[in-house]
Design a protein around this ligand. Structure first.
Ligand code: COA
Length: 263
């Protein structure tokens, strides 16, 4: 199925998909349409006939990943409209977190407000060395509305998250790496090839194992430890009913590369 998007470019390279948010003249700001299209694009990739095993999310141009939710679109919103916009952002976050393939953010410039929240909803994030990240919503008289008040604390700890949200400070890529907001910092010219390398490495592993690991790590984070361990044990057990487990262990013992089929 081919879906044409007004605000996105969606590409496939084998098992790796890439979505580029494509509004460079507005620094890829998240309008309601971008949120709708992103959610639809991720959902469509989940049901693609030839399975996606890793997804890269990036922004068009080299200035911005996403400079925030679209301020022009938000300016006139009523309270119910703003509530619905926030909920739509949350749905997008869940869609990214609950997709069976890991999502990697290639942060190619500003990731502010909703852009930083999009990074937080991705499993892994790599920042170009010129990237700048932050939650500057308080400068506009509002708060993060796409999950930032919750996911930022879980990612970098409550003290640093409060500092970033209360001051609206924007930090550089190296500081973002230091506090654990991004995994690594990469020279800007190498960003996409580095992120693609990581995506391909993940795509070569057993996809059922990757999906199970992702689900258990996300769902387990909200549970008390023994309940989270139970979730892990169940997922571990279920994988032993898969062809991939037989293939992975047989291949190891036969000293050959495993050929996983996601079955
Ligand atoms: N929403 C809507 N439009 C945005 C935007 C946003 N979040 N961020 C940037 N843009 C638009 C600008 O309005 C401008 O449009 P125009 O050319 O039609 O006037 C265009 O993108 C380029 O941005 P500009 O501000 O001219 O670039 P800059 O290099 O001077 O500054 C930033 C870059 C990122 C520092 C600045 O754009 C900015 O502060 N953006 C808002 C960040 C923010 O508060 N995000 C949280 C939103 S909740």
């Amino acid at each position: 199925m081919t879906t044409t998007y007004e605000t996105l470019l969606v590409e496939r390279d084998g098992a790796v998909a890439r979505i580029t948010i494509n509004r460079p003249d507005k620094l890829n700001a998240l309008s309601p349409l971008v949120i709708r299209e992103l959610t639809l694009a991720v959902t469509s990739l989940r049901s693609a006939p030839d399975a996606v095993r890793a997804l890269i999310l990036t922004g068009a141009g080299d200035k911005a990943f996403v400079a925030g939710a679209d301020i022009a679109a938000m300016q006139q919103m009523t309270a119910p409209e703003a509530y619905a916009f926030s909920e739509a952002g949350h749905r997008l976050g869940y869609e990214l977190e609950m997709s069976p393939f890991p999502v990697l953010a290639a942060v190619n410039g500003f990731a502010l407000g909703g852009g930083c929240e999009l990074v937080l909803a991705c499993d892994l994030a790599y920042a170009a060395d010129h990237a700048k990240l932050g939650q500057p919503e308080v400068n506009l008289g509002v708060i993060p509305g796409f999950g930032g008040t919750q996911r930022l604390s879980r990612r970098v700890g409550p003290a640093k998250a409060r500092e970033l949200v209360f001051t609206g400070d924007v930090i550089g890529a190296e500081e973002a790496r230091r506090i654990g907001l991004v995994n690594d910092v990469v020279p800007r010219a190498e960003l996409l090839s580095r992120v693609t390398d990581v995506a391909k490495k993940i795509a070569a592993k057993g996809p059922l194992a990757i999906a199970a690991a992702k689900r258990v790590m996300h769902k387990g984070a909200d549970l008390e430890l023994s309940a989270a361990h139970e979730l892990e044990a169940q997922a571990f057990g279920v994988l032993f009913g898969s062809e991939d487990q037989k293939e992975g262990m047989s291949a190891f013992l036969a000293k050959r590369a495993a050929a996983f089929r996601g079955k």
